[in-house]
Design a binder for this molecule. Sequence first.
Ligand SMILES: [Zn+2]
Length: 383
Amino acid sequence: MASTFVLGLVVGSFLNVCIFRLPWGRSIVRPGSHCPSCNKSIAWFDNIPVLSWLVLRGRCRHCSTTISFRYPGIELLTGALFALVYWIEVELSLQWVPGGPDPNATTVHWRYLYHLFLLCALIVATFIDFDYQVIPDSVTIPGMMIGLVLGCAIGQVHLIPAWIVPSALERLYIPPWFSAHPHVHGLIASAAGLVVGGGLVWLVRAVGYLVLRKEAMGFGDVTLMAMIGSFVGWQAAVLTFFFAPFFGVAVGMVQWLLHGESRFAYGPYLSLAALAVVLAWKPVWEWAAPIFGLLMLYPWLLPTLLVLGLGLLATMLVGGRVVRAAIGRITAVTAPDATEEAADPTADSPPAEPRPDSPLPEPDGPKDKDDDIASGENPLAGA
Ligand SMILES: [Zn+2]
C-alpha cells in the first residue's frame, strides 16, 4: 500500500502538468517541466514530488517565484487516493458483489489498475473545471477510449454485468454467455455505460435548455459522464448521476475555500459521486439491486420513470421561473409601465417570459460554460 502511495505521488506530478497545460491545448510531453515565471527548465532533482517543493521551500531555484502549494497538494491527494482505492479494492476486497466477476488476485489487481485510469481522469477534469469552468474534450475523449479499450481487453473488470435477469428479486441471474465471452461483455458493459451516462446528462441538459432557453449544463458534463459510464457500466453511471447533487454541498465548500466565491461547476460533483459509488459499490448495489431488478422485470418501467423524472424536472424549472417572474413583478410594481402590464389580464405574453423592455429581472441561471470547448476552441485564447 505504501508503494501505491509513492506511485500516486509520481502520477500526481504528471497530472499537475495535464491540469496546467490541457486547457491551453498544449502538449503534455514536450517541452519538459519549466518554471512558468522565468522559463528555466526544472532539473530532475528539483522535480521530485512533494520533497523538492519542501526543500526549495515552495520557491523556484532560479527566480525565487513562489510555487503554489497546489502542486504538492495534488501530488499528495493523488497518492492518498491511489492508496485508499488499493486498500478498499484489493486489501479489503469490499466491492465484490454476488453476481459480479470472481474476486481472485488477478481480477482484483486488473480492476484496481482500470480504476486508477478513471481516478486520474477525474482528478484532472475536476481541477480544470474548478479553474476554468470547462472540462476539455482532451481529457474526456481519451478517457472514454481507455474505458472502452481496457474494458474490452481485460474483461471481467466491471462492477456488475451489463445484463442481469432477476430470477427472484434477491438473487440475480446472469446469462451464461457473459462469463463465456468476457471481452465481448467488457466492450458491451463499457459501451452501455458510455451511452447511458452521457445520454442521461444530455437529456437533462436538453430539457433545461428547452424550458429555460439557457444552457443549464455544459456539454463537458455530457462527455465527462459518458467517460465515467465507460469505466463503471450503466447501472453505476445512473447511480452516480443521482448521487451527484448530494456532494454539491461538500464540493461547494472546497470551491469556496479555493476561490473565495461560489461558482457553478457540476463536473466535480459527478467526479466525487463516481469515486464514492466505485468505492462503496457493495452497499450501494445492495441498496440499488432491487430497483434494477424491478426495471429488468418490467421493461416499460424505465422509459416511464425517465419521462416522469424529466417531466418533474421541467415542472420544477418552469415553477422556478414563474416564482422568479412573480417576485420581479412585485418588486417592479412601482414602475409605471409594469403596473399597466400587471393590471391588464389579457396581456398575451406568458408571465415567465420577460420582454426586452420589461423591468423584470432576467431569470438568473448558471453561466454558459464549455461552449468554447464544445466548438473545439481554446477557452483562454482571448485571455
Ligand atoms: Zn523560475
